[in-house]
Design a protein around this ligand. Structure first.
Ligand SMILES: Cc1cc2nc3c(=O)[nH]c(=O)nc-3n(C[C@H](O)[C@H](O)[C@H](O)COP(=O)(O)OP(=O)(O)OC[C@H]3O[C@@H](n4cnc5c(N)ncnc54)[C@H](O)[C@@H]3O)c2cc1C
Length: 428
């Protein structure tokens, strides 16, 4: 589409279009996109934020919706383990935001949010200041290096987490390909709660599959800080026994005590292990933006919000969704893309209601998460969560949910369909 035509169809002015690309902006640039009507700004265009922006427009097309995202393109964590295993490529999990602008008229600002003035109802971004009536923040996660002696961003660059799909996904794949046969791979899993409970175990399957085919004599050591596999335990363990016996060495209760970059070793209470490839997944907390915005109380690591409206008890008219939310406050739910996406829909409905002076309706949230155990077969877990008026938290609906009875190729096909459908629901 020609640029002029694009602007005409989307109603997006040159100011916003000019924000695309890796330009450097002054941290104190003036106001951009002066607000004319009712406006919701969404900060963070991952599964939570992009879905919220789209559903705001679907529910109330007249609303002015601005989506602020620091990345130029959307890279999906779901399916990224298959890139690490060599079954998919980065292009298969990389998408752009242009449909959201073109089809729904969402103003997309490719910039980093750097501050919040909740009194003035403005956010500071690397592109300038933006005014809002309500703000929705979905910042994802960050890492707690302070919990592991020897761990810091430099060590992480050597021992990638690959829990935010992107460069580290590519790096982990490259390192696996370069591994000398006979050398071991190590995955460390933090204590729950962390992003995508089954994600590290699915990754273990993908890596073990690759080692079995390509790196004779190499083993995969899983150092799990939890006392057992956190999600789909029986199904994962059955797959490890049937397909990766002698390759996967699973060690529960293995909290990391120290990381030594020079010797490429990890110390736990029970042992010291060395690896040719090391995938350290540190303890997690809400994305840095949540801390910068004053949304996390002292000594906490996740963001408290109302389970009814997702509004912050600290800043009025600011709502937070996705992995960053505090399960102890909102109710325990897996930190998954599916939950973040259903939160995006629920917060869109709440915000539109509250902007019209109505009460938000109690949300209903859901989770469905497939994991591949080899190149063809998958397993799943599902859950439904309803608002409990007594506790004011989300609670799992007992009869609705559970895990797949077994692994199968049919579920492998469904897993691929699931990914396509959530990508399209979020960005299409
Ligand atoms: C290996 C792996 C596999 C997974 N598989 C599944 C799966 O199969 N199914 C499933 O449901 N979930 C899965 N997940 C979990 C899922 O990816 C997350 O739960 C989901 O991404 C959470 O959405 P979110 O909106 O909270 O955060 P994100 O999707 O991480 O979005 C946060 C966004 O905010 C942006 N951002 C952060 N700070 C700023 C700032 N200051 N300014 C502007 N933008 C900012 C980031 O760039 C990012 O785009 C998986 C995760 C991993 C790591």
């Amino acid at each position: 589409m020609k640029r002029r035509e694009f602007i005409k169809q989307t109603g997006i002015g040159i100011g916003v279009l000019a924000l695309w690309g890796p330009q450097v902006f002054s941290a104190h640039a003036g106001e951009i996109l002066p607000k004319k009507g009712r406006r919701v700004v969404v900060a963070g265009g991952g599964f939570g934020g992009a879905t919220a922006a789209k559903y705001l427009k679907l529910i109330d097309p007249k609303l002015d919706v601005v989506l602020v995202e620091q990345r130029e393109r959307f890279i999906s964590c779901p399916v990224s383990n298959m890139v690490i295993g060599g079954f998919k490529e980065m292009k298969d999990i990389t998408m752009d935001y242009k449909v959201l602008a073109r089809k729904y008229g969402i103003k997309i600002v490719n910039a980093q949010m750097t501050g919040l003035d909740a009194t003035a109802h403005t956010i500071e971004t690397s592109a300038g200041k933006i005014a809002y009536d309500r703000l929705i923040v979905s910042p994802g996660i960050d890492f707690m290096y302070e919990n592991i002696p020897g761990m810091d961003p430099q060590a992480q660059a050597l021992f990638p987490h690959a829990m935010k799909a992107g460069d580290q996904t590519v790096q982990l794949r490259r390192e696996l390909v370069a591994l000398v046969p006979g050398q071991n791979v190590i995955i460390t899993i933090p204590e729950a709660p962390y992003r995508c409970p089954p994600g590290p175990y699915e990754r273990a399957c993908m890596i073990a599959h690759y080692l079995k085919q390509n790196k004779k004599g190499s083993r995969l050591i899983i150092l799990d800080a939890n006392e057992d596999v956190v999600s789909k335990g029986k199904l994962f363990k059955a797959a490890w026994k049937d397909y990766y016996e002698g390759i996967i060495d699973y060690r529960p209760d293995s909290t990391i005590k120290k990381v030594d970059v020079a010797t490429r070793s990890i110390v736990t209470v029970a042992a010291e292990v060395q690896g040719g490839v090391i995938n350290i997944i540190p303890d997690q907390k809400a994305g840095l933006l949540a801390f910068q915005s004053g949304l996390v109380p002292p000594k906490r690591r996740w963001v408290p919000v109302s389970a009814l409206s997702f509004e912050s008890p600290i800043h009025k008219d600011v709502h937070v969704i996705g992995d960053a939310t505090d399960g102890e406050v909102i109710g325990s739910m897996p930190k998954s893309g599916f939950v973040a996406s259903t939160m995006g829909k629920a917060v869109a409905a709440s915000v539109v209601a509250m902007m019209s002076g109505r009460e938000p309706l109690p949300p209903s949230l859901a989770n469905t998460c497939y994991s591949m155990v080899n190149e063809r077969e998958a397993i799943y877990v599902t859950g439904v969560f309803e608002f409990d008026a007594r506790t004011k938290k989300m609670a799992g609906v007992k009869a609705a949910g559970g895990v797949s009875p077994e692994r199968s190729e049919r579920l492998g096909i469904q897993a691929e369909d699931w990914a396509r459908s959530i990508w399209s629901d979020t960005l299409g």
